[in-house]
Design a protein around this ligand. Structure first.
Ligand code: AQP
Length: 323
């Protein structure tokens, strides 16, 4: 009899790294596309795994910012990350600028064009920083030799660039072993949540229309009203068809993500019903938000006291330092 040899597999230590710009209160897209994965990965990590989560202030400077508002947004972002369950004792939670972003350019230009008439768009506001930021992001990932990067769909292209840069570096500067691991993109089932007002573009913190996004700090009533006013279509019945029915499919994606269900199953449940039924099921979302808030308060009470005072490269006046 052949006894199968037991193969003892030791999983290599993972270095999980991701970041978020302090450009406003995070919305449901940020949460379902990326932040929920941060918390999941934190929970499932082995003791030897390293987790790093960063508030990427330098990336926010790719658009003109009011220094005082940016300072407040940085503090708010830290509070939200603690509130959703990032534990600063387990994960390294930090401001990128305390240590000394291709697709994005097009979407910024499109957003600017939607918010002003064509002649009013000041393309000079779209600066070189936007072109350069994928390189800055690659540097952030590589400096920690990250192996896993949990980000939304819009950032996948940047992780591919990071892999290419790491590979080029490793091949150019050959040592006994490659210096940089090639980082893996880690996604969620609902990797791209769309704007509630324009389901052809993604939900975004910087969109001028606040009704287009659900903030993690919105009340149940606010969430209900935003979902009810969401752009859908005039087709009878509910089907999941992201290409021809992006608004309806987006609501199904959100509902599936908030109830931890498969989107096609959720669509089946509503196939003979109308948009009103789908939108009143925001009770599910209300309940999810209520439960989330209760858990968040628990977490924030435990962890807010652990947050270090927010000081860094930016002075108390909110003005960035002059170098
Ligand atoms: N709509 C979205 N659906 C799924 N994931 C999303 N992410 C952003 N929007 C969606 C993911 O959230 C993480 C943090 O994003 P970020 O702040 O670093 O940059 P972003 O992608 O530019 O996010 P926003 O909300 O659109 O901010 P602004 O308006 O400032 O540009 C990333 O992992 C991102 O993929």
């Amino acid at each position: 009899m052949i006894i199968p040899r037991r193969v003892c597999q030791i999983r290599p230590r993972r270095v999980i790294l991701s970041g978020i710009q302090p450009t406003g209160i995070p919305h449901l897209g940020n949460y379902l596309g990326a932040l929920s994965n941060w918390v999941k990965l934190q929970k499932s990590a082995e003791p030897e795994d390293k987790l790093l989560f960063s508030i990427v202030g330098w990336h926010a400077l790719t658009l003109p910012q009011d220094p005082a508002a940016l300072l407040t947004a940085r503090n708010d972002m830290l509070a939200v990350l603690l509130a959703i369950g990032i534990d600063p004792n387990r994960s390294i939670l930090f401001h990128q600028d305390h240590l000394r972003r291709m697709t994005t350019w097009k979407s910024r230009l499109a957003a600017a064009r939607n918010s002003a008439s064509e002649d009013e768009v000041d393309e000079s506001l779209l600066n070189a920083g936007l072109f350069m930021y994928p390189v800055l992001q690659a540097a952030d990932v590589l400096v920690y030799k990250a192996t896993h990067v949990p980000v939304g769909d819009d950032q996948q292209q940047h992780i591919e660039l990071t892999r290419d840069l790491a590979d080029i570096f490793n091949r150019t500067f050959k040592g006994t072993s490659p210096l940089f691991p090639l980082p893996n993109y880690v996604n969620t089932p609902s990797k791209r949540i769309l704007s509630l007002k324009d389901p052809t573009s993604k939900m975004s913190k910087s969109s001028p229309d606040v009704q287009s996004r659900i903030l993690l700090t919105d009340t149940a009533t606010q969430i209900q009203s935003k979902i009810r006013a969401a752009v859908t279509d005039s087709i009878q019945g509910i089907t999941y068809d992201p290409k021809d029915r992006p608004g309806t499919s987006n609501l199904l994606t959100i509902l599936a993500a908030c109830t931890d269900s498969d989107v096609t199953q959720v669509a089946k449940t509503y196939e003979s019903q109308g948009h009103g039924d789908l939108e009143t099921r925001s009770a599910y979302l209300d309940e999810t938000a209520r439960r989330g808030a209760a858990r968040a308060i628990e977490h924030s009470e435990e962890t807010m006291g652990l947050a270090p005072p927010i000081r860094g490269d930016m002075s108390d006046s909110g003005k960035p330092p002059v170098h």
